[in-house]
Design a protein around this ligand. Structure first.
Ligand code: COA
Length: 634
């Protein structure tokens, strides 16, 4: 997700995004039309940061990751770039004009550059997964009962979206853009030969009233509303799911969904041949227009309790390969809820329309909903059989499916994921030491990386830009001069602990300051991207600062990280963004932290389990340092 920038080129200050905070309260029955738009109109525009400021901050960010020669070369290039009457000034003016004319100067560019033009498979390379706590069932009845409740919970959340009664979220006392919530249901990515599109059907003249359910690689249309517009009850949904299950007992069908896991150009080509057939086209449209998809997965191989979460993470990220559940998906669908026969549960979502926090907010609501006791009993009015989607598989499509299976299995073998529950402490310990927990965790990551590689690396952490209309993310560059000073000192026996504590505090403060700057639209990365895209749009030659080694190093994120906090004891996970890097996502809870670390097996320098273990040791050592250094000495 996050290091998407790398792929395109390669609370008051302490407050966090407040979750919806209204779990399972009855959704507002009355519609508040126009509420969403009037809220959106009141939000500020994303600013274009001053050119000089970005150039200075860019140089500071390069210091710990490039060598002196590279740095001094970049300094020269930047001096020329930002000089009076120079290229930078012209591009900056272009950006300011764009900001004046559009709702958000960045959002369309970001959507196309980071997602729709990105041609790697969405699986592993773009779509995040979410691992939910293992549910207490291990058979088909339990699976369907839970899936029925889950569907009802999502429809309950949808009512708030439809009625425009979704409570507005706040960050640092400021209201946030709520647009992403309106983009995640009834939407789907559509492959193209060179660029994809993403379509949202919720605002069409006849918004969809069905979901798709997939079991044993077979897709079904399930209408989830009664003719009077009320959603089906849990009992009704259960009965419908049973019908689906019973008419898809065998998994001897071609896993047509696996086509969506392919390289986007390959899938774009296969897509046009697939939908040349009318039946196929109708079936594909039913999936694309559905509100969301539920994947009823077959049980995955049993593993020990310790390995369970890591195994569940890969199930969510890719389905386990063509022999397991990878064909039980339509990876272009924005939201897919996965319920395994063995109690494994989670989500995979296509990243183009939204970031993790709105998805996790929805999940928090749904998980609470599933805990409600079921009091509503439904009169058993017979419901029509859910419609099975038919596909005519020509030899050409069969070949595309076989190729996609093969590619998927290669990707599956290459992904190394380790999920750990860091149980020693959570946000409580950094808070007790008057430190930002997020900054503390990021410094733990810097220390773990430095200990493994004896060098610092370009690091990406996502920062929300939702204080601004249609805001998405910018980058917090966690590797700074201050973080480098701390990690270098930490294991140096010549340095007294008092000094190490001072360096840690300074690094944590610097990180928090960067975070505040980023969420206020003053970080450097999207601004630099904007200047680059402006040059491309103006059809002028690309300024040298973008062809410089330092720029390549800065955008090669060996650590691509993100905090996605949730009330549910879950964790989001995603793949690394460079071949020799790590993807690290975490959910810091009050007294423990869930981490998901990923790497590629094809890189002999990286190892997810080693990084996870290094992170655990780093966090513990940082706590010991703070606890063993008497305050009076500081
Ligand atoms: N002393 C004591 N407590 C402190 C503190 C300090 N010095 N600094 C922070 N805290 C507290 C905060 O008040 C907050 O309290 P809460 O748990 O009661 O809410 C808590 O510690 C967490 O704050 P912090 O760790 O600093 O982080 P944050 O919650 O502000 O989050 C980001 C930081 C960067 C994650 C957030 O701003 C953001 O942008 N999130 C979106 C990321 C995103 O989009 N990810 C998805 C990508 S797909």
């Amino acid at each position: 997700m996050l290091g998407i920038l790398a792929r395109t080129m390669a609370k008051d200050l302490w407050h966090k995004v407040k979750p919806c905070g209204h779990l399972v309260r009855p959704v507002a029955p009355t519609q508040l039309p126009g509420r969403y738009l009037s809220h959106q109109e009141g939000l500020p525009n994303l600013p274009v940061p001053p050119l000089q400021q970005t150039c200075e901050r860019y140089l500071a960010a390069l210091e710990p990751i490039v060598n002196e020669k590279e740095l001094s070369h970049t300094k020269e290039l930047l001096a020329e770039f930002q000089g009076s009457g120079g290229v930078g000034e012209r591009l900056q003016k272009g950006l300011e004009r764009r900001a004046h004319k559009t709702q958000n100067w960045l959002s369309d560019w970001w959507l196309t550059t980071a997602y729709l033009d990105y041609r790697m498979p969405v699986v592993i390379h773009s779509s995040p997964g979410v691992v939910l706590p293992r549910m207490e069932f291990s058979d088909r009845q339990g699976q369907m009962r839970f899936a029925a409740k889950l569907i009802a919970g999502i429809l309950d959340f949808k009512t708030m979206i439809d009625n425009e009664t979704l409570p507005v979220e706040y960050l640092g006392g400021k209201p946030l853009c709520m647009n992403q919530y309106y983009q995640v249901l009834s939407s789907c990515r559509i492959p193209g030969l060179k660029r994809d599109t993403v379509v949202n059907y919720s605002r069409s003249s006849r918004p969809p009233t069905h979901i798709t359910v997939v079991h044993n690689f077979q897709f079904f249309v399930l209408d989830v509303y009664n003719s009077d517009g009320t959603p089906l009850t849990v009992d009704q949904l259960y009965i419908q799911l049973e019908k689906i299950w019973n008419s898809s007992l065998q998994n001897n069908k071609e896993p047509v969904g696996i086509l969506t896991s392919n390289h986007r150009n390959t899938w774009g080509k296969a897509y046009s041949s697939l939908i040349r057939d009318k039946t196929n086209k109708k079936s594909v449209q039913s999936i694309q227009t559905s509100i969301f998809t539920v994947c009823l997965d077959a049980a995955m191989p049993r593993v020990s309790e310790e390995l369970y979460r890591s195994r569940a993470a890969v199930q969510m990220l890719h389905g386990g390969g063509s022999r397991w559940n990878s064909g039980n998906r339509w990876f272009d669908k924005t939201l897919q809820f996965i319920v395994g026969e063995d109690g494994s549960c989670g989500v995979i979502y296509e990243h183009a329309p939204a970031e993790g926090p709105p998805i996790v907010s929805l999940i928090d609501h749904v998980v609470e909903y599933t805990k409600k006791s079921e009091i509503v009993r439904t009169p058993m009015v017979p419901l029509p059989m859910p419609r099975k989607l038919r596909f005519n598989i020509t030899p050409e499509i069969k070949k595309d499916i076989d190729d996609a299976k093969q590619n998927m299995n290669i990707m599956v073998h290459d992904l190394d994921v380790k999920v750990i529950v860091f149980s020693h402490f959570g946000k409580n310990v950094p808070k007790a030491h008057k430190m930002s927990p997020d900054a503390f965790i990021q410094m733990g990551l810097q220390l773990a990386y430095y200990r493994m590689y004896l060098q610092c690396c370009s690091t990406y952490e996502s920062a929300s830009l939702r204080m601004f209309r249609l805001g998405r993310t910018d980058t917090i560059r966690s590797c700074s001069v201050d973080s480098a000073n701390f990690v270098k000192a930490m294991d140096d026996p010549a340095k007294p602990n008092v000094e190490k504590v001072i360096l840690l505090e300074k690094a944590v403060k610097a990180h928090r300051a960067y975070t505040d700057m980023a969420i206020r639209g003053q970080a450097i990365d999207r601004h630099l991207l904007g200047l680059k895209l402006q040059a491309i749009e103006d059809l002028t030659s690309l300024p040298e600062i973008f062809m410089d080694t330092s720029y390549a190093v800065a955008n090669h994120y060996n650590l691509s990280t993100s905090q996605v906090p949730a009330q549910t004891d879950c964790v989001m996970c995603f793949g690394p963004v460079v071949p020799d890097g790590y993807g690290v996502c975490y959910n810091p809870m009050a007294e423990h932290i869930n981490f998901a670390v990923s790497a590629f097996n094809s890189c002999d320098k990286t190892n997810a389990a080693r990084m996870a273990q290094g992170l655990e040791s780093a966090l513990l050592d940082m706590r010991s340092l703070l606890e063993s250094t008497p305050k009076a000495k500081l």
